[in-house]
Design a protein around this ligand. Structure first.
Ligand SMILES: [Zn+2]
Length: 193
């Protein structure tokens, strides 16, 4: 119905009626929600005009404006707000800003690994609180030892991201207004880098 192939539009941040972030949705889904009149209110400073087909009856091209942040009637998060998001390398590397937490250097994704702070062989779990981003040489150097055993102190403590933080980590192209909205609700972390 609507087409907008000249530009790659950013993801739209959907909220529940109380203003709690729910998930990122593609603009096509946002258009459907507008058409079905399910957008209760909007909170973003940016909006995008999507042009549709030519309407013979009205003799004009149809268009619809979608906001960067929309509150949706009946929106429910797929998981509980307290739920810890599942661990994967993409979000792990983004949590640690592509920085090796042993040597402090930034690397491309292909040069990074998931390091278990307490190695699995020593009873460490594969969980957000026990994994950090490490470059390949540091990971190899540390081997099957704890940071203390290897004399390789961590530059920052690993943590499990909250739902809000995970939303921030999961989208590479967050708009400034969407980031401001999410950061206002995210827990404060004191990290040195
Ligand atoms: Zn390193």
């Amino acid at each position: 119905m609507f087409s907008y192939d000249t530009q790659q539009l950013p993801m739209i941040l959907s909220l529940d009626l109380g203003g709690r972030p729910v998930e990122w949705i593609p603009w096509q889904d946002a258009v459907c929600l507008y058409v079905r009149d399910q957008v209760a209110w909007t909170a973003g400073e940016s909006s995008f005009v999507i042009h549709g087909g030519f309407n013979e009856l009205l003799r004009q091209q149809s268009e619809i404006s979608i906001n960067s942040i929309i509150a949706i009637r009946g929106a429910r998060p797929r998981v509980e707000y307290s739920h810890i998001p599942s661990l994967n390398n993409r979000e792990l590397f983004r949590r640690d800003r592509h920085t090796c937490l042993y040597c402090g250097q930034q690397f491309a994704t292909s040069e990074l690994t998931r390091d278990h702070v307490v190695p699995a062989a020593l009873g460490g779990h594969d969980s957000w609180e026990n994994v950090v981003t490490a470059c390949k040489p540091c990971n190899q150097n540390k081997g099957c030892r704890s940071p203390e055993m290897a004399a390789m102190p961590l530059l920052a403590l690993p943590y499990a991201p909250s739902r809000i933080e995970y939303l921030i980590l999961a989208n590479r192209r967050i708009l400034a207004d969407q980031m401001a909205f999410l950061e206002a609700q995210a827990p404060r972390r004191d990290r040195r880098f």
